[in-house]
Write a new protein. Structure first.
Length: 185
């Protein structure tokens, strides 16, 4: 059985270190784990119940929900913007939390990792992402963490996929998430 993990990156910047971290996860996914890096978060309108109407959900939000429905688990990559979760990741969580009780996020395992310029690697934002996902109905793996500090320095000349310490930490996260995804399926 292949465990399908949907990766959402909270940074839209082309050179984002969190995007690179997600690329490393895709590259180093163990056998039996398929990680899909979701593209298109920038196109999703801000969540608004007035536009979340059955049969008329914005196409970009409907694509996200369809991708989420077809997955076993989620891996969120969160930088830290002004001490908290980036709006694009929070917006994705909001769309995936509906319809309440039948949302694609409900009951599925979620792990949150990331990297940031600061000395703590974005832990505040990652904690906020865990909180939001849990309230939205996900089964958050609260003990599965990877926060990489000093991203601008650490990844100035090295892609995360080529950093053996990062790959080891990421592999551990993926293994624990895929185990939870197998149990949830």
């Amino acid at each position: 059985m292949t465990v399908r993990i949907l990766a959402l990156v909270g940074s839209l910047r082309a050179g984002s270190h969190n995007r690179q971290l997600a690329e490393a996860a895709v590259k180093h996914a163990p056998e039996g784990v398929d990680i899909t890096l979701y593209e298109g978060l920038a196109e999703i309108p801000f969540y608004n119940e007035d536009i979340d109407v059955e049969g008329a959900v914005p196409e970009a939000a409907a694509r996200l929900r369809a991708a989420a429905a077809a997955t076993d688990a989620f891996l969120f990559f969160s930088p830290e913007y002004n001490g908290t979760i980036p709006a694009v990741l929070k917006n994705a969580i909001d769309w995936l939390s509906r319809p309440r009780g039948a949302a694609a996020l409900t009951g599925k395992p979620v792990a949150v990792v990331g990297t940031a310029y600061g000395q703590y690697g974005g832990v505040w934002a990652q904690d906020e992402a865990r909180k939001a996902a849990g309230i939205a109905g996900a089964s958050v793996l609260t003990d599965v963490k990877l926060s990489i500090p000093s991203s601008v320095i650490r990844f100035a000349e090295t892609h995360p996929a080529d950093d053996s310490e990062v790959v080891a930490g990421l592999t551990k996260v993926i293994q624990e998430l895929s185990q939870a995804g197998t149990e949830a399926a």
